[in-house]
Design a protein around this ligand. Structure first.
Ligand code: PAN
Ligand code: ZN
Length: 184
């Protein structure tokens, strides 16, 4: 290693992450039961429909203090009734851990909720940068008719608390009303 100049191990070009040790995961409708409001509309849809996938670089073991993780999420366009395709959403398991998100392609809304269940949204556009402080649950909805891709960087000891959102949801939903996204 000494005095050697190594080739890069990773590339992040446009919204594509390639190189060593990339982990991919996907969420289909069958993985998102109970997340959307319109159960009837959900029941009529093919449960194999891909809603989003994530490419991640996780260079250290989960829970390692001081490390960083990097990921790109791709949310497909679509709706269940009038509710946009979106990520499950979570607080971090270590609730005070923060995160950066940034918009790459497509348009979305970053939906944020504090521990008192106050909810607000931020528009996500190509080039938008979003600092998500600790103690804030986060989820992204795709409001465009193309794939929404966004980057994320978070601490390796943050973890994900999906249970809280699975049980209680967010206090507001992002619904399309007269062709416009509304937090209701
Ligand atoms: C992101 C998310 C990713 C998928 O990397 O994990 O966008 O969303 P869900 O985890 O809510 O399904 C992140 O926030 N990491 O902490
Ligand atoms: Zn997170």
């Amino acid at each position: 290693m000494k005095n050697k100049i190594l080739l890069p191990k990773l590339f992040f070009t446009k919204d594509v992450l390639t190189g060593q040790n990339i982990t991919k995961s996907s969420r289909k409708l069958k993985d998102l039961k109970g997340i959307f409001k319109d159960q009837e509309a959900f029941d009529t849809m093919d449960k194999e429909t891909l809603v989003y996938d994530v490419s991640s670089h996780l260079p250290v073991k989960e829970d390692t203090p001081g490390g960083l993780y990097f990921g790109v999420t791709y949310i497909h366009p679509g709706k269940i009734g009038n509710e946009y395709f979106m990520t499950k959403g979570h607080f971090h398991a270590q609730i005070d851990r923060a995160e950066y998100y940034w918009g790459i392609q497509g348009e979305g809304i970053l939906i944020l909720m504090d521990e008192d269940r106050n909810v607000w949204g931020e528009k996500m556009l190509p080039g938008s940068l979003h600092y998500i402080p600790g103690r804030i649950a986060h989820r992204v909805a795709n409001v465009s008719n193309q794939i929404l891709s966004f980057g994320a960087c978070w601490p390796s000891d943050a973890g994900h608390n999906y249970k809280e959102i699975a049980e209680n949801g967010f206090a507001k939903r992002l619904l399309e009303i007269n062709g416009i996204p509304n937090l209701i």
